[in-house]
Design a protein around this ligand. Structure first.
Ligand code: HEM
Length: 488
């Protein structure tokens, strides 16, 4: 098998500096920005090399793909995630996102319909209410010059995800340094650090570090929080008080049926009492908290930064928001969202250039022959390079680096996987519509109230690319800094 891998590495050679034994391991040492720079170099190499390249990380071979035809073949046939992701498992156990295929497949069948559009449309009220809380909080920041909008977005998405997945108002936007947010972020940091530092991979060594105790403590806090809510939900369903809430809400004059949170939908769709166990519900709730919060906050923050850099684009978004919503100040509704067509293109173009998840990985369970005839052998890590695919000039033309939302009008993609911020194929992101709705609601609400300007220290840099870093997700090195000015 190793001979097979060496052969693959030989014909998929890269020119970015393999060392004996280390491979390109030394290129991942350094800052988060250095790491992203390495991933970018790999993407560029792959695009020069007809959409594919490979590199060694120690003795693990990774094939990197930036061609959608090749990517599709892998994503449709090879469903096992790469073992490098195993440290997240301490938190989510067999939660679908990184579960082995045998566990993932039946769970996906239950999870997919819970994310149906009818269910999601009910959540727009939550996104809208939480966006307005964010807009109120930002009034204070808008007088103070340059600041990081990301912090506000993270609290917004955490509160929205909390309410839509667990039916619980976490109130993170209303309390600075809320323990749930602090612990959640610290834990994410620890998991990332462990994944990226191979000497912490062995349990035997990790248990001697101070991080071990802290991470166990955080995991216990998060899981017992979620478990308590599951117990309460079950009880409410049993004694019918969840239905009472529904009636109360109708009587409150909203006239719409009460929102069922994703957790309740999961209980229903998996078969009620006979359906998912508390542990299964806990694992999937953790997946949604983990997969749905930072990703969406990072995406929406990139949109705000791009709007600050492109005032002409922002003006068009603003005019569209006024046109759709009219003059009266009212919350964004589910009916408004599909009418924000230009905003939709702006969100898409932002996620093309700055996909919050810039790479995803699979591990081959057997030898594969790709559509181009190139072979990959069993046990190889395959990096589906989303960033690189979105910058493949063969599919996007010569202006790949230019921010041009209009390209999404009547776009005829040469291949559907040429655009995949939410990945592609049977294991793609389940929350893509949820995320788009949440981002559009937040951005429309903010743009209606504020004009977004670039950070003070930035002088007209138009199409200059943003500096980005990688810590499992791709973020802005300058922390998504902008300025806000209240519109009259
Ligand atoms: C801009 C925001 C988001 C981005 C960029 C994003 C991206 C991704 C990506 C790249 C994957 C991995 C797919 C693969 O390996 O092929 C994924 C998986 C997943 N995401 Fe998202 N996501 C976002 C928001 C959300 C939200 C809001 C939710 C739920 C509330 C969510 C739930 C999931 C789930 C459950 C999976 C696992 C699906 C499976 O394995 O069957 N995501 N996401």
């Amino acid at each position: 098998q190793n001979r097979g891998k060496r052969e693959v590495a030989k014909y998929l050679k890269n020119n970015i500096g393999n060392l004996p034994f280390l491979g390109i391991g030394h290129k991942f040492i350094g800052s988060d920005e250095d790491r992203m720079t390495t991933f970018r170099a790999i993407a560029a190499e792959s695009n020069r090399n007809d959409g594919i390249t490979s590199f060694w990380l120690g003795n693990h071979l990774f094939v990197t793909i930036t061609d959608p035809v090749e990517a599709e073949a892998v994503l449709k046939n090879c469903l096992e995630k790469d073992s490098i992701l195993r440290f997240v498992k301490a938190l989510i156990g067999n939660g679908s996102i990184f579960a082995p295929v045998s566990i993932w497949r039946p769970r996906r069948k239950v999870l997919a319909p819970t994310f149906g559009l009818r269910n999601l449309n009910q959540f727009v009220n939550v996104f809208s209410e939480q966006s307005n809380i964010m807009a109120d909080r930002l009034a204070e920041a808008s007088d103070k010059g340059t600041f990081s909008i990301w912090k506000y977005m993270t609290s917004y998405t955490m509160d929205s995800v909390g309410e839509t997945t667990m039916g619980t108002k976490l109130g993170i936007q209303k309390q600075d340094n809320h323990p749930f947010l602090v612990k959640f972020e610290r834990l994410a940091e620890l998991v990332v650090a462990r994944t990226l530092m191979p000497w912490l991979h062995t349990d035997f060594i990790y248990k001697f570090t101070p991080y071990y105790k802290i991470s166990i403590e955080m995991i216990n806090y998060m899981t017992s929080f979620v478990r308590k809510i599951i117990k309460e939900k079950r009880k409410a369903i049993e004694d019918g008080s969840n239905k009472k809430d529904a009636i109360d809400e109708q009587n409150n004059g909203t006239g719409r049926p009460a929102t069922k949170c994703l957790l309740e939908l999961l209980i229903d769709y998996s078969g009620g009492d006979k359906g998912y166990t508390d542990l299964e519900l806990q694992e999937e709730t953790m997946v949604m908290l983990l997969a749905g919060t930072d990703t969406t906050a990072v995406g929406a923050s990139f949109v705000m930064v791009m709007l600050s850099k492109h005032q002409d684009v922002q003006e068009k978004v603003y005019q569209e928001v006024l046109e759709v919503m009219g003059d009266e100040e009212r919350p964004v509704s589910a009916e408004d969202l599909p009418r924000f067509k230009y905003l939709d293109a702006v969100v898409k173009e932002t996620l093309r250039l700055y996909p919050p998840v810039p790479i995803t990985a699979r591990e081959t369970d057997k030898d594969y022959v790709l559509p181009s005839g190139r072979k990959i052998v069993k046990g190889t890590g395959v990096i589906i390079h989303i960033w690189g695919t979105h910058r493949n000039p063969k599919y996007w033309g010569p202006d790949v680096e230019v921010f041009r939302p209009e390209r999404f009008f009547d776009l005829q993609l040469a291949h559907p996987a040429a655009y995949m911020p939410f990945s592609y194929g049977p294991r793609n992101c389940l929350g893509y519509q949820y995320a788009t709705m949440s981002m559009k609601t937040a951005v429309a609400t903010l743009v209606r109230r504020y004009k977004v300007l670039p950070a003070e220290y930035i002088v007209q840099d138009g199409d200059k690319p943003l500096r980005v870093k990688y810590d499992f997700m791709m973020k802005h090195v300058d922390n998504f800094q902008v300025q806000l000015v209240r519109r009259k």
